[in-house]
Design a protein around this ligand. Structure first.
Ligand SMILES: [Fe+2]
Ligand SMILES: [Fe+2]
Length: 302
């Protein structure tokens, strides 16, 4: 049995001091959002107990689906790297960037530079500088292939949308086909949800194209963040429906309007053509600030 953990959207704070010139435009409104979020019991005081509980599970691998930072100031990426390191060694922790990790155009390379050990593929030489062409990355761990897709693109003020882009999706399709031939359980990490409907200003612009790739090549599990809500949707694949799972923000307090802070565990067993995957939700509930199991569900098999 392979134990995969999934957490997302910690939006680590506090936002560091910045030069006035760095706070003009989009970042100013992001700062206001963060200040408002802290008033809703959103932050380190709720993240720390959740993380302690997660680490006690001794997962084989931890998937972090983006939005580690808030307004993409350089110092926030150091905080992000410290957080990732606190989850485990880079070969046991994978991250994909969210829209807040590429908040403004000038910050587009920061996550690639600061978090490289956590988002490099197995076959990437450590000295090779990463760029958008480095995605999707692939990490093979036991029976599981972790496939990391980047949808982080800088967008205009008030926009939180993302896109994978045609070139990355062509690579993704080829990778998924090859990994199936290797007999691996394919777990795709992507910040923006590729299934369901979202308002234009925060959607995945090429969600339909992602769905077509999955329809042709398949995958066993798709993990995302961005919505700060627990969700389960499905994309039709060549061998049956593929579960698409969203998890609330790991920093959300028990009474957060969008969903109490949680993380998910996935117990993966079986073999090609007969995979089994059970999901367990752990975290808070409205009015209950203890971290415990909040649900269990078979996604594949059972
Ligand atoms: Fe987020
Ligand atoms: Fe997001």
């Amino acid at each position: 049995m392979f134990l995969l953990a999934h957490l997302s959207d910690p939006h680590l704070g506090p936002i560091p001091e910045a030069r006035l010139s760095e706070l003009l435009g989009k970042r100013f409104f992001g700062m206001m959002n963060w200040i408002g979020a802290r008033r809703r019991n959103f932050g380190a005081s709720t993240l720390a107990p959740l993380q302690t509980d997660l680490l006690a599970q001794k997962a084989d691998h931890i998937a972090v689906t983006g939005d580690l930072v808030n307004v993409s100031l350089p110092a926030e990426f150091d905080t992000g790297a410290t957080f990732l390191t606190s989850l485990g060694a880079p070969d046991r922790v994978s991250v994909v960037p969210g829209n807040h990790d590429a908040y403004v155009h000038s910050a587009l390379a920061y996550h690639l530079e600061h978090w490289a050990p956590f988002l490099s593929g197995d076959d990437t030489h450590p000295d090779t500088p990463l760029d958008r062409g480095s995605f999707p990355f692939v990490r093979r761990r036991g029976p599981v292939a972790i496939v990391g897709v980047s949808t982080a693109i800088p967008t205009a003020i008030f926009l939180a949308s993302g896109a994978a882009g045609r070139a990355q999706l062509e690579r993704l399709e080829g990778l998924l086909v090859g990994l199936k031939q290797e007999g691996l359980f394919r777990a795709v990490m992507i910040h923006h949800p590729p299934a369901g409907e979202r308002p234009f200003h925060r959607d995945l612009r090429d969600a339909k194209a992602v769905q077509k790739v999955i329809a042709r090549a398949g995958a066993e599990l798709i993990l995302h963040g961005h919505d700060h809500r627990a969700s389960l949707e499905w994309i039709e694949g060549p061998d049956g429906p593929v579960p698409v799972v969203g998890v609330p923000s790991a920093s959300a307090g028990p009474d957060d309007a969008r969903g109490a802070g949680r993380y998910n565990l996935y117990r993966i067993s079986g073999e090609p053509g007969m995979w089994r995957c059970e999901m367990e939700n752990r975290g808070y509930a409205p009015g209950d600030a203890t971290v415990k199991t909040r649900g269990r569900q078979w996604l594949i098999g059972g």
